[in-house]
Design a binder for this molecule. Structure first.
Ligand code: 3PG
Ligand code: MG
Length: 400
């Protein structure tokens, strides 16, 4: 990869320079307690970059998105709680701007002193951030770029987005890759170029349609592809089972049938399922064979026999890539599948990669030992798109 790195920038000297850092501070919040961050892993992951710049005397401007607001300010998606948390993690005062490129941000960016850190409000409060129109994105990128002298991208979780702060700002300022982006790309390259065999991939999450491209890309490379989470029901249906009220993508059943026949036994599906009366922590639930899901119930986790089956497949692996929870782990009665599979992954004598937002959050929310995994990625969609072999706009922009 031919690109300049944070170390290059630090080597040039940053004292007194205004450095704008794209971070991915899109952290999950506790569903029961609004405003309470349930996993600050993404904020902690970018900390070394922010601290290095701060300690070298840069005037640091941090920008991020949070959630998917519709291009206008929306208090539900304010970065204010993240500013508080980031300030605590930095251990030094953090300035927060109530807008992104408006009067508050402009004044606060101009007033920064050496070694101070400013966080801008949610980038997606501006329609230009995610616009498909190059000119609209470019106009917003002009305003962001005007705040700073230099751009650092350390938002690995967003490198697959062709957004103003990811793609267009890089074209307007001297640009550098942060340490997190570099580390993530190095790990994914290792897993995709020559994974040590046996290679087992574990996929979960709600939709087959989101994972279709990666399944097609990985199938020729893997020994086993284990499928859990909401997406397993479309596969079970393709195998001829009724899935009751479970998540189902009807229009993907035929595709799943094709994948199963292509895979010749390498796709492994759950053999039992925890089936509940409704999507709730206190719903009545029973474990049933995957072929006998009652018509009035929905599967919210894989069952213990499936965990054992998956663990046996994972055991001998030298490389494991895992993306997507096995069930609704946020609700205690449906967390055992994700926990069991995660624990099996920690036991391998090999290299394991946890790809992404939700599975990374699951590792920490369930209190598993982060150090027991080879690498925990901060990017879900980004790591999948990398493994699909797609060009990532954020990386492409840094290479130019
Ligand atoms: C993520 O959570 O996957 C990243 O922060 C990107 O967010 P997005 O999927 O809303 O673009
Ligand atoms: Mg996402």
């Amino acid at each position: 990869m031919i690109l300049k790195t944070l170390d290059d920038l630090l080597g040039e000297g940053v004292t007194g320079r205004r450095v704008i850092v794209r971070a991915d501070l899109n952290v999950p919040f506790d569903k029961q307690n609004p405003g309470v961050i349930s996993d600050d892993g993404r904020a902690r992951a970018v900390l070394p970059t922010l601290i290095a710049l701060r300690d070298a005397g840069a005037r640091v401007i941090v920008m991020s998105h949070l959630g998917r607001p519709k291009g206008a300010p929306d208090p539900k998606f304010t970065l204010a709680p993240v500013a508080t948390r980031l300030g605590e993690l930095l251990g030094s005062p953090l300035v927060f701007a109530s807008d992104t490129v408006g009067p508050d941000a402009t004044a606060k960016a101009a007033a920064l002193v050496d070694g101070q850190v400013l966080l801008l409000e949610n980038l997606r409060f501006n329609a230009g951030e995610t616009s498909k129109d190059d000119a609209e994105r470019g106009a917003f990128a002009d305003q962001l770029a005007a705040l700073a002298d230099v751009y650092v991208d350390d938002a690995f979780g967003a490198v697959h987005r062709k957004h103003a702060s990811v793609f267009d700002v890089a074209a307007r300022l001297p640009h550098y890759a942060g340490g997190l982006v570099l580390r993530e790309v190095e790990v994914l390259k290792r897993v995709s170029d020559n994974p040590e065999q046996p290679y087992v991939v574990v996929l979960g999450g709600s939709k087959v349609s989101d994972k279709l491209a990666v399944i097609q890309a990985l199938l020729p490379k893997v020994d086993k592809l284990l499928v859990g989470g909401g997406m397993c029901f479309t596969f079970l249906k393709a195998q001829g089972h009724e899935v009751g009220e479970s998540l189902l993508e009807d229009d993907m059943v035929a595709t799943c049938r094709d994948l199963l026949s292509q895979a010749q036994g390498r796709i492994v599906l759950p053999v039992d399922v925890v089936a509940a009366t409704e999507f709730s922590a206190d719903a009545d639930h029973v474990t049933v064979p995957a072929s006998e899901i009652p018509a009035d119930r929905l599967g919210l986790d894989i069952g213990p026999e499936s965990v054992a089956l998956f663990a046996a497949a994972i055991g001998p692996a030298k490389t494991v890539f895992w993306n997507g929870p096995m069930g609704v782990f946020e609700l205690a009665p449906f967390a055992a599948g994700t926990r069991g599979v995660a624990e099996a992954i920690t036991r391998i004598d090999g290299f394991s990669v946890v790809g992404g937002g939700d599975s990374a959050a699951a590792v920490r929310t369930l209190g598993l030992d982060e150090a027991a995994f080879g690498h925990i990625s901060t990017g879900g969609g980004a790591s999948l798109e990398y493994l699909e072999g797609k060009t990532l706009p954020g990386i492409e922009a840094l290479e130019k």
